[in-house]
Design a protein around this ligand. Structure first.
Ligand SMILES: [Zn+2]
Length: 683
């Protein structure tokens, strides 16, 4: 194990160093911050597990960045350390737990919580009330002298003469602190903080660039860092940089982190007004959620919080670990992109028999959700990613989007990775798989395949079909294993005891499920058609069939010609429907469903302004969701089409409409905008 860990550690270090030097030294990003964080996190976990692998040059032992040669190098009086990270609530509580183990006599665990700014850390020195020197963090021990650029930042005071107002304000916070401060203040100090750029300032600069036809800047962090490291100070001056102070190295009487914050304010430095004192670790967690949701409304970037033990005495007693001090940690926001390892690729058989490769991954938190699986769609996707079992991958998830593997990091391979073998036979029933011509997907042709059956049953009882609340896939499998369930109609003949015993349910839960099965016997024609699971028949085709045919009997005896005449139902779909109804097994299931008491509710044909019109939707809408718009179209007798074709009657366009709009224009299809829908009181 250690041999493998050693190889992994070496690869991780190389990869991290490559991206870090791009980020810190060349001020450009070759990878997202979230990805870099998760690589660092893995490295530091491995080093905790195998301390013998720690080397002085490991990225965990060093602050990011090097000293650039074109600037004068100056040694920091006190090193500029970097922070250890935590990524979730559990790690936050573990941090406190470890600290409590070191200092058991303390019972006051208050925390001062600060926004973690995404800028460039600097150290500022003042002597006899005057600014004398500004240094970058550099490698933590030595920084670059950037005093000439610091002088151009309007937020930074060059003279520390303190006004009577400021002293009065300090007194109002804490009279004792004001006294301590006044007895110590001699006009000299070292202050640390962050040079950053406001979002509004970046937008302003980009507007100017755009007007001049020049390319725009990507983000505030890289631009702030790039500006402060210019030899010509007029460049930094023109960029409109800002500053927030977060640290005071000199002892000016502060006994807590919060007192340090007040002194910085008294000295005339801008401080982040969202930084607060909380009384325990639970409140840290609560505030984390609050500041996370505040991001949109704040004019500068922050990527998490810095949590500091408030009491300076306790801070000193806690000491150091690895690269950072124990008394403070960076609590990062969930990243949209993280890394993890693919431990296996399995082949999953779906309802239609389609075999899909699925990546099984080491559990990882992506954007606040623990992810262990990601679909790989088909063999082409595996080839496109060049994915092997054992690979390190970048996972992305944003908003409500399903997590996906976006990239493999091949540099991290250690030679034990293996290729995925697409199965020749069904992994569930061992039937040889079929592949249709010109199609990448393979199918299990066995209609009695247990995987296909459970997949089908879960679909049939879902909200799109019978909508039986509480009938989970797990329960379906148990019922099947108990021999109580083979076909969909069996569900409707289950007794209360069948459910109670098989599911191991209490009286009440069993009764609830039994009731929801009875209620599901009343079903609309459209949902009944959907629940049959006819291949290629989705929600819109089911809607059209339910409108076209007066009854189930009419549908059962339909002909291919009749189906082809229905708008937006193509040849392939028609063929699939005919095949389904010519299969005696299917007809048998349908008659047994009706015998078990299923009552189909037929829809009254709607006469709306879009009767039988095929309407496509594209782009994003500001006043209505797509689902709502779809319901309105159906209410008006229309049918929502998925693809633009010569059969399409209308295209409704929102913002950022793409290829569908171009195609519709080419085909001369009527186009309606969101505003036109509003003007005509349709939405
Ligand atoms: Zn099978």
């Amino acid at each position: 194990m250690i041999a493998e860990a050693r190889k992994r550690v070496e690869k991780l270090r190389k990869e991290i160093q490559y991206h870090r030097s791009n980020y810190h030294i060349n001020d450009k990003s070759t990878i997202s911050g979230g990805v870099l964080d998760s690589l660092m996190h893995e490295l530091s976990k491995l080093e905790t597990e195998y301390p013998e692998l720690i080397t002085p040059d490991s990225p965990t032992q060093r602050v990011g960045g090097e000293v650039l040669s074109q600037f004068e190098k100056i040694t920091h009086q006190v090193p500029m350390i970097s922070l250890n990270d935590v990524f979730d609530e559990e790690e936050l509580y573990q941090w406190e737990h470890r600290n409590k183990g070191i200092i058991s006599h303390n019972d006051n665990w208050q925390y001062f919580v600060e926004l973690k700014l995404d800028g460039l850390a600097v150290s500022l020195t003042y002597k006899n009330l005057e600014f004398v020197q500004g240094l970058t963090r550099g490698n933590g021990r030595e920084g670059e002298n950037i005093s000439h650029n610091i002088r151009t930042i309007q937020d930074i005071p060059l003279d520390l003469s303190i006004t009577e107002d400021n002293i009065q304000q300090l007194k109002s916070h804490n009279a004792d602190l004001a006294e301590r401060f006044q007895s110590k203040w001699q006009g000299s100090c070292e202050v640390r903080g962050e040079v950053y750029m406001r979002d509004s300032q970046l937008q302003k600069l980009n507007r100017e660039l755009k007007t001049n036809g020049q390319s725009e800047y990507a983000n505030t962090r890289n631009l702030a860092a790039g500006s402060i490291r210019q030899l010509d100070s007029s460049i930094a001056a023109s960029r409109g940089l800002s500053f927030f102070a977060w640290g005071l190295i000199t002892d000016l009487g502060q006994q807590t982190q919060q007192e340090e914050y007040w002194i910085l304010k008294t000295l005339g430095f801008p401080v982040v007004k969202e930084n607060i004192l909380v009384s325990n670790i639970q409140e840290v967690q609560a505030y984390y959620k609050q500041v996370y949701s505040l991001r949109e409304g704040i004019d500068f970037a922050y990527d998490g919080m810095v949590v500091k033990v408030n009491d300076k005495n306790i801070q000193d007693q806690l000491g150091f670990t690895g690269k950072g001090p124990r008394f403070m940690i960076a609590y990062k926001f969930p990243a949209e992109e993280v890394t993890t390892q693919v431990v296996d690729i399995i082949s999953q058989v779906g309802r239609s028999g389609k075999v899909t490769p699925v990546a099984i991954m080491k559990p990882v938190n992506v954007y606040g959700v623990i992810v262990t699986r990601a679909t790989l769609h088909n063999q082409d996707e595996i080839a496109r990613l060049d994915l092997k079992i054992g690979d390190t991958v970048i996972i992305r998830r944003a908003g409500d989007v399903i997590p996906e593997i976006v990239k493999v990091l091949p540099e991290l391979r250690i030679g034990v990775e293996t290729e995925y073998q697409y199965p020749e036979n069904c992994p569930e029933c061992d039937t040889p798989l079929m592949q249709q011509e010109n199609q990448v997907n393979r199918y299990c042709p066995n209609t009695k395949c247990p995987a296909r059956n459970i997949g089908y049953l879960s679909y049939a009882v879902s909200a799109e079909g019978f909508h039986i609340v509480g009938l989970s896939e797990k329960l379906l499998i148990r019922l099947q294993e108990a021999g109580l369930l083979q076909h969909i109609n069996d569900i409707f003949t289950l007794t209360l005891d069948d459910i109670r015993i098989t599911a191991g349910f209490g009286e009440k839960s069993a009764h609830n499920l039994f009731t929801s099965i009875q209620n599901a016997k009343h079903i609309s024609f459209r949902r009944f058609i959907q629940a049959l699971g006819i291949p290629m028949v989705g929600s819109q085709t089911a809607l059209q069939l339910s409108r076209t045919f007066k009854s189930l009997d009419d549908l059962l005896i339909t002909t291919i010609e009749e189906l082809q005449n229905i708008p937006d139902i193509g040849d392939k779909v028609s063929q699939s429907i005919i095949e389904f109804f010519h299969n005696t097994h299917n007809i048998d299931i349908i008659s047994r469903l009706i015998e078990s008491g299923i009552h189909i509710e037929y829809e009254t044909v709607k006469q709306g302004k879009w009767n039988n019109k095929i309407i496509c939707i594209t782009g994003t809408f500001t006043s209505i969701s797509r689902k709502e718009l779809q319901a309105i179209i159906e209410e008006q007798g229309g049918i929502v089409g998925s693809q633009i074709s010569s059969k399409t009657d209308i295209l409704i366009v929102g913002l950022d409409a793409g290829s569908k709009l171009a195609k519709a224009k080419k085909l001369g299809i009527a186009i309606i905008t969101e505003k036109e829908l509003q003007d005509n009181d349709i939405i």
